[in-house]
Design a protein around this ligand. Structure first.
Ligand code: BG6
Length: 478
């Protein structure tokens, strides 16, 4: 057997994309709550003042808030060993600035964690997944202000103490490297620059963005240290959006362009979080862009003392890099790139590359030599609800099978892989487009982009397939 005996098979979701109940039991408004629905061709809009009659997908989402028992029972039926979910900061501290946490919010996650543990499912908690409090955007322009670090740490301390003894694995910031792209302004960094109305075309100030990212590095490092002080058995990981990039040709110009991309988009943030210091290769970029990061005296030491225990990442696709500007571009998870003639794309234009996962796992493990976990992977697809109520998602099974095969190879290659949590194990709202139509789940949810649907849950064909994969610890992928 390649996968270890206690391999963590499971699934992943995020609060803003599944919970709904956006203003229930004292929850405050998060940056996700002010984003409208969108689609592949129409960008989500950002509306600081909510518009009557406009559809805001996070407001009800799939109403996990009220369906969690049923949903976790279905995860247990599939045999999940782990469930990755996020805590909505705004349920605990509605504006981010309260001195006392909101008890109703804490109780909700007590219930989620207890429900998981009832079935022997290990919670894997993302502390911040695209939902900083909107009040912090209004007052501080989000993470661009250093004062947000202390507010975040108050939130961390509250949940580290509250759930002590029931949780082992934590992730600080989801896909922290999204902050290197203008797309990360609002949902990752809480930055909303004047004149922004389109999610896919946000007004950008790279100086502000990299400063905000620095504050997240410091917050993450301090959170790691704090977690270990509160409970030495806590394991805290980083989480990166890995946009695997190949040189389009062996032209040295393409090789160099590719290296530049990889440094900036794939390695920079994790080099800071795993190795505890800024990598040298960013110096030139910062200089050329006129970016000067304001650091305090303690920062160097803080980064050094707050290295993560394990490395996690999302992997959906790959693309290429070239110095030839005329080459055809493709979409991707946060980072698109140049089209690879050997790969096919999903309906949303993401290039499907299972072997890229094996390559990526090896690259990451060679570099850091700490345990890895694939905490997001999957195929966003249009599913069809048949008249007999079934969903024949063979394309999803095929995608997942091929990726698990490559994880298996990577483990044989010597990679220390802890687990696998495919994204959106139950259908939920898409982060990039705000759609329900882009579905990832093993469980279908009757909820549609016009807001209709009775929220009922149905097993897709992939449900039983994944149950068998888990039961056989990845040996039977047929
Ligand atoms: C990652 C995010 O970028 O990819 C998730 O961590 C997101 O929040 C997932 O949902 C898939 O992307 P999308 O845009 O298809 O929802």
């Amino acid at each position: 057997m390649a996968f270890r005996k206690n391999f963590l098979w499971g699934g992943a979701v995020a609060a803003n994309q599944c919970e709904g109940a956006w203003n229930v039991d004292g929850k405050g408004v998060s940056v996700s709550d002010i984003c409208t629905g969108g689609s592949y061709s129409v960008s989500k809009r950002i509306t600081p003042v909510l518009e009557e009659g406009t559809f805001y997908p996070s407001h009800e989402a799939i109403d996990f808030y009220h369906h969690y028992k049923e949903d976790i029972a279905m995860f247990a039926q599939m045999g999940f060993k782990v469930f990755r979910f996020s805590i909505a900061w705004t349920r605990i501290f509605p504006t981010g600035e309260e001195t006392c946490p909101n008890e109703a919010g804490l109780e909700f996650y007590d219930k989620i964690i207890d429900e998981c543990r009832k079935y022997g499912i290990e919670p894997l908690i993302t502390i911040s997944h695209y939902e900083p409090p909107f009040a912090l955007t209004q007052k501080y322009n989000g993470w661009s202000d250093r004062r947000v670090i202390a507010l975040f740490l108050r939130y961390c301390e509250t949940i580290f103490r509250r759930y002590k003894g029931k949780v082992t694995y934590w992730l600080t910031f989801n896909e922290i490297n999204v902050g290197i792209s203008p797309m990360g302004n609002l949902f990752s960094l809480g930055i909303l620059n004047e004149g922004t109305s389109d999610f896919s075309n946000q007004k950008d100030d790279p100086k502000l963005r990299f400063q905000a990212l620095h504050h997240q590095f410091i917050a993450s490092a301090k959170a790691v240290k704090l977690a270990h002080e509160i409970d030495p058995s806590y394991q805290v990981g980083c989480m990166q959006a890995f946009g695997t990039t190949y040189p389009l040709t062996c032209n040295p110009d393409d090789i160099l362009r590719c290296q530049e991309f990889n440094h900036r988009q794939n390695w920079f943030c994790s080099d800071v979080q795993v190795r505890g210091k800024y990598p040298n290769y960013m110096k030139r970029y910062f200089e050329e862009q006129g970016i000067r990061i304001m650091m305090e005296e303690e920062d160097e030491e803080v980064l050094k003392e707050g290295c993560v225990d394990f490395y996690t990442f999302s992997y959906y696709m790959s693309s290429c890099a070239t110095s030839d500007e005329a080459r055809r571009k493709v979409e991707g998870n946060i980072f698109g790139g140049v089209a690879n003639p050997y790969l096919k794309t999903s309906d949303w234009g993401w290039q499907i590359d299972p072997k890229g996962l094996r390559y990526t796992l090896n690259e990451i493990y060679d570099r850091y030599q700490i345990p890895l976990m694939v905490v997001e992977n999957g195929l966003g697809a249009y599913d069809k609800l048949e008249e007999d109520g079934s969903i024949q998602d063979d394309y999803r099974i095929e995608y997942l099978r091929q990726h698990i095969e490559q994880m298996y190879e990577a483990v044989l290659d010597g990679v220390d892989l802890m687990g696998y949590t495919p994204w959106g194990c139950i259908d939920l709202v898409s982060a990039s487009t705000g759609e329900m139509a882009k579905r990832y789940g093993f469980i279908y949810v009757e909820k549609y982009d016009d807001g209709s649907g009775d929220l009922s849950r149905k097993k897709k064909k992939s449900f039983d397939w994944y149950r068998k994969v888990i039961e056989t610890n990845g040996e039977d992928l047929s």
